[in-house]
Structure formats: structure tokens, C-alpha cells
Design a protein. Structure first.
Lengths: 333, 133
């Protein structure tokens, strides 16, 4: 019998949840980030294009965080204590942007305030998620089995750079989503926005990727040691190819390709992250095997995940299918 | 709350759901009952399990995270402030909705998938006080 490495399976499930979260909630956070660039009617349309799916998208965050707690409790304890400040900031920001979906329709004279709440909530949530990732990548002070640092340790130029890059990346996803889902003045506005945020996102990816190997010798070896550089070099190469394809698709005003290529850029970013991290869950101090829950727990939850995740994917896919195509003005004439 | 449920079930079976004023008055008064029940239940579990996090196994004092006190104090204050703003606005809008009773011949939601956020049957409520373009 082939030995089954449960912690690795769970690491992939959590990585999948993070990818699902980032690509799905990424574009709807992006629409919040882009909100100030739109006029009143365009805002209604942009928000309606994500109204049926945004809250489903956000639940992948729960699978990522909850899966980490259940499968790697020690890593959860260390990471969530170390990054308490950005994570709480993200949750508070998500509250504001979540209620803005409902509250902005209630009283016309309050709408401008809820639009501000929607934008600020989206920007802060995206920034905090990037800072969380940067804070993890740059390393966490571990003392025994728990966190050994202060509540502002995460704040460094590197973590803020990752945060800003992620805000640009989500804005790119939002702009390309609207290219796919909108028409008229909103569509015309989104092509130049997508162009600008694509430049910013690719620059951000380049800066973060070039910075990471110099954070620690371990990262440097993972990326540049012979012969695995033959494998790792494929990632930046594919990013370059995808970038060229993106600007080509944008110039030809394609509807679907810009969004799909933007998703591919995020998937490549996650693969790069996997190369930097695996098999560590807290860089250079805790591996997935150190942090794993007992085998019985992992098996028990794996059965649940194997049943529930396909069901969730099926109804999520169905929701996107029902609301496929361009979003017209529905309901607000 | 059970009584209200049974009473309205009776009204539904007899096709009198829209005709019994005292049922409507009770339903109106019972509006906040759901909130009260949820919060009361939450307080009961959280207070009742002390001093344990996992009842009989793990004490609350043993399960504290290595967080600094200012971090916890700041986040607690931030949550209180945010909840006051959001719940305050929510109560305001609930009262606002209740102040405009249903009208005759109001258009309901159209059949087919509805993409709209904040969908409410009454177009006048959904569009706020904004003049129609």
C-alpha cells in the first residue's frame, strides 16, 4: 500500500481554498477598489454584476482559515497571533463592504457614504490580505509552539509592498471581470483601467518576486539552485508570456481573455508562493508535518471535505452559469 | 414566538393571514424578539461554560493566545465601534422600511434570475428618493 501523506493533501486543499478565494473574491474586492472611477449608474451596474456571487466567494476564506485551524492547529495559532492586527483589520473592512451591498440602496442621501465604505472596506481588506501574506513570507518569530513576537512585527517595507501589489492585482481582476460582464460606458472605462492596473500588477509581482529570494538564503536556494532553477524559471517565464498575451487581448478588445489571463497570473503567483514555502507552513520554522493535527482528525475531515467541496463547487458553478453573460440594468429604472 | 408562529399558521390555513389585526399587532411587537433570543442564547452559552473553553477539559486561562493586551483592547474597541455604526444604520433602515407600508398594486419581483443587490419589491424603496432618469 502506498503511504498517504495526509498533511500534504491538506496543504493542497488549503492552497486550493486560498486560490479559490483569491480568484473569486479578488474580482469583487477589485470592483470596490475601482468604485471611485465610476459614475452613479455605472456603480449600480458594477455592483449588480457581482451581487449574486460575492458572498459565496467570501466563504472560501472560511475554508482556508477553518481548514488551517483544523488541519494545522499549531500553525494556525502561530500565524493568527502574529498577524492578528492585519487580520482583524481585514475582518472589520469586510463588514463595511458587506453591508454596503445592502445599505446603499436604502436611502438615496446616504448612498455616497456607503459607496465610500464599500471602497475603503475593499481597499483595506485587500491591503490587509497582502500584508498578511507578506508578514508570513518574511518569517514569524516562533517561541516553542507559539508566537514569540509583538503585535506590530508584521509592519515592514516588504509586507506593505505585497499589500499594495495585491490591491493592484485585485483592481486588475475587477476591471477584467467588468470587461467580461459590462457594456456601454462602463465597458469603455474598464479597458484603460485594466491596462493601467495590469502594468501595476506585473510590476508588483516583479518587485515582490525579486525581493523574496533576498529575504532569506533559503528562498534564494529554492529559486536559484541548480538544477531546480530549470523548473522554477518556468514560473517567471510563464508570467512574461501571460503578460504579453494580456496586452494583446486588451488591444483587440477581447471580452473573456483579459479576465482569464489575469486569473492565470494569480495562479502563477500562488505556484511561486508554493515554491517558496513548501513544505513549511511558517517559513523556516514549522513544517506541515510539525503542525499537523492527529491522523484521525485529518482523515475525519478529509471525508467531509471530499463530500462537501465538490458540492460547493457544483452549486457555485451553477450560480455563475445562471448569471452568465453581460449584466443589464435590472430592477432600478 | 412559538405562539405567534402557531397563530399565523392557523391564519394561513384559514386564508385570514392578511385579515387579523391583532395578529399583525403581535407580529410587529415581536419584531425584535429574534435578536433578543439569539443574543440571550449566546450570552447563556458563553457565560455558562466559564471557567472553561472546552468544558471540563481546557480552562479559559490556559487557552489564551500570546497576544499583547493593547492588541486585544484595540480590536475590542474597534469591534464595538463598528458594530454600533453598522447596527445603528441597520435599525435606522429597518424603521425607514417599516414607515412605508405596502401599497395596493405594488409591482413584485419579476420572474427569472435577479441580479440586483438590495432587491426589494417596491421600486420606490429600492431606488431610494432618487428621481427616475
Amino acid at each position: 500500500m502506498i503511504p498517504i501523506d495526509l498533511p500534504t493533501i491538506w496543504a493542497f486543499i488549503i492552497a486550493f481554498a486560498v486560490l479559490a478565494y483569491v480568484v473569486m473574491d479578488g474580482f469583487d474586492l477589485g470592483i470596490g477598489i475601482l468604485f471611485p472611477a465610476f459614475e452613479d449608474r455605472e456603480r449600480d451596474r458594477a455592483m449588480n454584476s457581482i451581487a449574486p456571487v460575492w458572498d459565496g466567494n467570501e466563504t472560501w476564506l472560511v475554508l482556508g482559515g477553518g481548514g488551517l485551524m483544523a488541519a494545522f492547529p499549531m500553525a494556525y495559532g502561530v500565524i493568527f497571533s502574529a498577524l492578528y492586527t492585519p487580520i482583524v483589520a481585514m475582518l472589520l473592512a469586510l463588514i463595511f463592504r458587506g453591508v454596503a451591498f445592502e445599505f446603499r440602496w436604502r436611502k438615496a442621501e446616504h448612498r455616497k457614504y456607503w459607496d465610500i465604505a464599500f471602497t475603503l472596506g475593499s481597499v483595506v481588506a485587500a491591503l490587509a490580505q497582502g500584508i498578511t501574506l507578506g508578514g508570513l513570507l518574511q518569517g514569524i518569530a516562533v517561541n516553542g509552539r507559539s508566537y514569540g513576537g509583538g503585535w506590530w512585527d508584521w509592519l515592514t517595507p516588504f509586507s506593505v509592498a505585497v499589500g499594495v501589489a495585491l490591491v493592484c492585482g485585485y483592481a486588475l481582476l475587477g476591471a477584467t471581470w467588468l470587461i467580461m460582464k459590462s457594456e456601454g460606458s462602463l465597458l469603455d472605462r474598464c479597458y484603460p483601467l485594466a491596462q493601467r492596473f495590469a502594468v501595476a500588477t506585473i510590476a508588483g509581482m516583479a518587485i515582490v518576486s525579486a525581493w523574496t529570494p533576498f529575504l532569506a538564503n533559503d528562498y534564494y536556494r529554492r529559486w536559484f539552485a541548480w538544477p531546480q532553477v530549470l523548473f522554477t524559471a518556468q514560473v517567471p517565464l510563464l508570467v512574461a508570456i501571460a503578460s504579453v498575451g494580456f496586452f494583446f487581448a486588451l488591444r483587440h478588445r477581447r471580452s473573456y481573455w483579459p479576465f482569464l489571463i489575469a486569473l492565470a497570473l494569480f495562479a502563477l503567483g500562488l505556484i511561486g508562493l508554493g515554491i517558496s514555502l513548501y513544505p513549511y507552513v511558517v517559513p523556516r520554522s514549522i513544517t506541515i508535518w510539525d503542525a499537523a493535527a492527529p491522523t484521525q482528525s485529518l482523515v475525519f475531515m478529509l471525508v467531509g471535505a471530499a463530500i462537501m467541496v465538490p458540492i460547493i463547487l457544483a452549486y457555485t458553478g451553477y450560480a455563475y452559469w445562471v448569471f452568465r453573460g453581460k449584466t443589464a440594468d435590472e430592477g432600478y429604472h | 414566538m412559538l405562539l405567534l408562529g402557531l397563530w399565523s399558521l392557523l391564519a394561513r390555513v384559514r386564508h385570514k393571514l392578511y385579515d387579523w389585526p391583532w395578529l399583525h399587532r403581535l407580529a410587529l411587537v415581536m419584531g425584535p424578539a429574534g435578536f433578543v433570543a439569539v443574543i440571550a442564547g449566546w450570552v447563556t452559552t458563553e457565560v455558562g461554560r466559564q471557567p472553561y473553553t472546552v468544558y471540563g477539559l481546557l480552562r479559559t486561562a490556559q487557552s489564551v493566545s500570546p497576544l499583547q493586551a493593547p492588541a486585544v483592547a484595540t480590536s475590542l474597541l474597534a469591534f464595538i465601534a463598528v458594530y454600533f455604526i453598522v447596527f445603528g444604520a441597520g435599525i435606522l433602515y429597518v424603521l425607514h422600511l417599516m414607515a412605508s407600508p405596502p401599497q395596493e398594486a405594488e409591482p413584485g419581483p419579476r420572474p427569472g434570475p435577479q441580479r440586483a443587490a438590495g432587491i426589494t419589491p417596491a421600486a420606490a424603496v429600492a431606488s431610494g428618493e432618487r428621481s427616475t432618469p
